[in-house]
Design a binder for this molecule. Structure first.
Ligand code: FEO
Length: 396
């Protein structure tokens, strides 16, 4: 594996092939926790660490380039444990090292770990650290992805350690974008954006605007591949995803008990398919929330169907809508539908979720008692046409 970014700057992280859950995010292609070793003429800095169980791999990777006792600085860009988890082990293994972070990160680290014996060097926005012919510069990136987040810039090499920004949960031994399968990389970058970044789209856009004032030859995130040949692609993608930019796409997803709501979903899809747009149909038994929000992020319009179960919506639909509501995809047109037995509650409750994340509602919930009759199905087809029409109106 080629781990050299530039001379005396190496990737020393850990590739986590089997991980499939990242606090609820289904990481179907695994992940990596990227740490970087920067060696100057006089000082050596480690940028971030890895999840705690993999500290020994990090130590081995560092030791291949430099004895741990020679590390002067342990830079913490972000206190989330996927990057800070090995700090206790590294502080213990690097007795002369100072932990370099901003004030909020110092506080966050102290709430995760016993930091009483740690030597901190607290840095402010724009502050620099001289490694001897090499300069690290620090920039706060508040809420990208936590309040204490910052990034580190290696000035002479025009190399940005961008932390979570531009990352992908993607396990590969190809460390660079031009070595990897770019279709997979971009799919995982999109999934990462939809599931991690979407709620923080505005602060990330503000941070990106600030950071784009820097000269950038290479951008090294904390997960996935390093951008050295295709940075413009990921940047353009971020600009599109930032506003949940709608495309000519309609999503219909549903839960069903005895196929009535599924029949309604199929009728909605028939209406949407009368237009020259992409239409996708998901049974929530067959799709996870991670994939669903990724599909939803760039759709123009969607509908969700749920029967009424125990005077409420189906639990699986409630889980999906709760997840989507938290990430707040913007600018979508939508409606809900579903069957009921003796009192209709499910579709109505689903519609409340749609209101909560700011959807423009295309119609009142479409409901039917037990199985849908022809009139109900025609109502679903007509509502599906409204979805298709909304998507068709999007400029390509
Ligand atoms: Fe990859 Fe917000 O941690």
């Amino acid at each position: 594996m080629n781990t050299e970014l530039v001379k005396q700057v190496h990737w020393v992280g850990y590739v986590d092939w089997p991980v499939r859950d990242f606090h609820g995010y289904q990481t179907k292609r695994g992940s990596s926790y990227n740490a970087y070793l920067v060696q100057g003429a006089e000082k050596v800095a480690l940028i971030d660490t890895v999840k705690a169980p993999y500290a020994d791999y990090l130590k081995q990777n560092v030791a291949a380039h430099c004895p741990l006792s020679k590390i002067d600085y342990l830079v913490c860009n972000h206190a989330e444990p996927d990057h800070s988890g090995s700090f206790p082990a590294m502080v213990a293994a690097c007795p002369q090292a100072e932990v370099v972070c901003n004030a909020k990160c110092k506080d966050a680290l102290s709430r995760h770990y016993d930091t009483s014996g740690w030597k901190f060097r607290v840095v402010k926005e724009g502050e620099t650290l001289d490694l001897g012919g090499r300069t690290l510069q620090f920039f706060d990136t508040v809420m990208c992805h936590w309040p204490e987040s910052m990034v580190t810039y290696l000035v002479e090499e025009e190399l940005l350690f961008s932390m979570d920004i531009f990352g992908q949960h993607y396990a590969t031994y190809c460390r660079f974008d031009d070595e990897a399968n770019m279709a997979e990389v971009m799919q995982e970058a999109k999934t990462y954006y939809a599931n991690i970044v979407l709620l923080y789209a505005k602060p990330v856009a503000a941070a990106a605007k600030k950071l784009l004032g820097l000269k950038l030859k290479m951008v090294a995130p904390s997960h996935g591949v390093i951008w050295r040949s295709h940075f413009q692609e990921i940047l353009n993608a971020y600009l599109a995803w930032h506003v949940s930019k709608p495309t000519k796409k309609v999503i219909v997803f549903y839960s069903t008990m005895w196929q009535s709501t599924r029949q309604m979903a199929e009728a909605v899809v028939r209406g949407a398919n009368e237009f020259d747009v992409q239409v996708k149909l998901f049974d929530l038994k067959a799709v996870g929330d991670t994939e669903l929000i990724t599909e939803l992020m760039d759709c123009a319009a969607f509908a969700c169907g749920t029967p009424t179960l125990n005077q409420s919506l189906m639990p699986r639909m409630a889980a999906a809508l709760t997840y989507i509501r938290g990430l707040k995809p913007a600018g979508k047109k939508a409606f809900s539908f579903g069957s009921f037995g003796w009192a209709s509650k499910g579709a109505e409750e689903a519609q409340e979720y749609l209101k909560a994340f700011g959807c423009e509602l295309l119609c009142a919930p479409i409901t039917c008692k037990f199985a849908p009759d022809a009139a109900t199905l025609e109502q679903c087809v007509e509502a599906g046409r409204a979805l298709g029409r909304a998507a068709a109106a999007i400029e390509a």
